[in-house]
Design a protein around this ligand. Structure first.
Ligand SMILES: [Zn+2]
Length: 100
């Protein structure tokens, strides 16, 4: 059940097995790391799974990787474009540090 949940957005630890609140019927989870700020923070699973910035960065990273592969394979004479793609990839990887 917990394998369906994404890792903690703060510390990347596993999420607790979700439970349903008898008060409102909402499914909640927390972080399993007792040193993390989300350990005591009950978070609705719907919110826990929602990572719009992370998803957008992953999508952009995939696009840049595909572009870089294309330029590497098909147009190695155009080094300026290729190195620009490599630099974009490096910047995205910096932004994603700690997200994965
Ligand atoms: Zn955590």
């Amino acid at each position: 059940m917990t394998s369906e949940l994404k890792a903690c957005p703060i510390c990347n630890s596993k999420a607790c097995a979700p439970w349903i609140s008898p008060l409102n019927g909402v499914k909640y989870t927390t972080c399993t790391n007792n040193l993390c700020s989300l350990f005591h923070e009950q978070t609705a699973v719907e919110d826990w799974q929602s990572r719009p910035i992370e998803d957008a960065l992953r999508s952009l990273l995939k696009e840049v990787k595909e572009d870089a592969e294309y330029w590497y394979i098909h147009d190695t004479k155009d080094r300026k474009k290729f190195y620009s793609m490599v630099e974009s990839h490096r910047v995205l990887m910096e932004k994603l540090k700690g997200v994965e």
